[in-house]
Write a protein that binds this ligand. Structure first.
Ligand code: IPM
Ligand code: MN
Length: 350
């Protein structure tokens, strides 16, 4: 019996989470596993109503769960940073979800903005460090609001944090077993301290994984190759900030935010799964947003929980529905509503 904490969140979050849960219910019946979904009303609405973002009592409850399924957070009436830092990043940090795993896969039938590239060319995974780097939140102001103002934001890289991320990436590359190539994406020519540490750790740990080929590219070049030769990639490991940026690029080459899912993983603890797109205020309440990213996030959650067959069957159903039913994967362009797409995928799970 899995205990799943569900945080639908803001904007279109609840609409896509509803479809994720519909598919979860269908696959649990087919695959004979049991779960309990416990919903938490967190996000902008609660914050605007009560001033609370993530009460300690809820953190304690989340600790008792096997996984967390999150829709989206962010609201036009809430100042940037409050919900992001108070909820999303707080869960990532408090639960030591030190990996942000983001597959970049172009499914057959999805339009790709890259000329002459198809599903065989776009199939790689980004392992983003998720607890350190520029996201650590260390910094401050001096003489704020004056012409002499100074603002700093420190990039934190610990040996421990880098090593566990890099090690996860090597293990993942080996397990994925595709081309067995792991590329470190960094900026060793400028970040000569921070990314020197990454470089040394990458090569040291890599010595234990002789079956995995090591590659390196600077982050700017990585962006270039993602557009020009995405077929070169198998697994990319990178720091928090670079991972944030290159996975939005990744989402675009895989067809858009409607199909991009990710997992915030603590391999020994409570992990959280989410569609990587935001709360999409423009589409909220219209039943037109694509639920596939959320549904794939559910599949990633099941894989992490050890329900690998169930995860596979969701992905297969998604692939079939995209190929045989949908006109497109962007919001409002699917030819069907959010609910209909969720229903098709739920009906298709085996
Ligand atoms: C993401 C998002 C978050 C991040 C924001 C909302 C804090 O962009 O999950 O990629 O920067 O990590
Ligand atoms: Mn992002």
């Amino acid at each position: 019996m899995y205990k799943i904490a569900v945080i639908p969140g803001d904007g279109t979050g609840p609409e896509v989470v509803r479809e994720g849960l519909r598919v979860l219910e269908a696959v649990s019946q087919k695959r004979n596993f049991k779960y309990e979904a416990i919903e938490y009303d967190l996000g902008a609405e609660r914050y605007l109503r009560t001033g609370e973002v993530l009460p300690d009592s809820i953190i304690q409850e989340l600790r008792q769960c096997n996984a967390i399924f999150l829709g989206a957070i962010g609201h036009p009436d809430v100042k940037p940073g409050i919900l992001e830092k108070g909820l999303l990043l707080k869960i990532r940090f408090d639960f030591e979800q030190y990996i942000n795993l983001r597959p970049v896969r172009l499914y057959p039938g999805v339009d790709c903005p890259l000329k002459d590239k198809g599903p065989d060319d776009i199939d790689f995974v980004v392992v983003r460090e998720n607890n350190e780097g520029l996201y650590a939140g260390i910094g401050g102001f001096l003489k704020k609001g004056t012409p002499d103002e100074v603002a700093t934001q420190e990039m934190i890289n610990t040996r421990h944090g880098v090593e566990r991320c890099v090690r996860y990436a090597f293990e993942y590359t080996r397990k994925r077993g595709k081309r067995k190539k792991l590329l470190l994406c960094a900026k060793t020519n400028v970040l000569t301290y921070a990314h020197d540490l990454w470089w040394r750790v990458f090569n040291e740990v890599g010595e234990e994984y002789k079956d995995v080929t090591r590659e390196y590219a600077h982050v700017d070049a990585t962006c270039m190759w993602m557009v020009k030769n995405p077929e070169w990639f198998d697994v990319i490991v990178t720091c928090n900030m670079f991972g944030d940026i290159i996975t939005d690029l990744g989402a675009m080459i895989q067809g858009g935010m409607g199909v991009a899912a990710g997992g915030n993983i603590n391999p020994n603890g409570v992990s959280m799964f989410e569609p990587i797109g935001g709360s999409a205020p423009k589409y909220t309440g219209k039943n037109v947003i694509n639920p596939i990213a959320a549904i794939l996030a559910c599949a990633m959650m099941l894989e992490q929980l050890g329900e690998e067959e169930a995860a596979k069957s969701i992905e297969e159903s998604v692939i079939n529905v995209i190929k045989n039913k949908l006109k497109g994967v962007d919001a409002g362009k699917m030819g069907y509503s959010t609910t209909e797409v969720g229903n098709f995928i739920a009906e298709g799970v085996k």
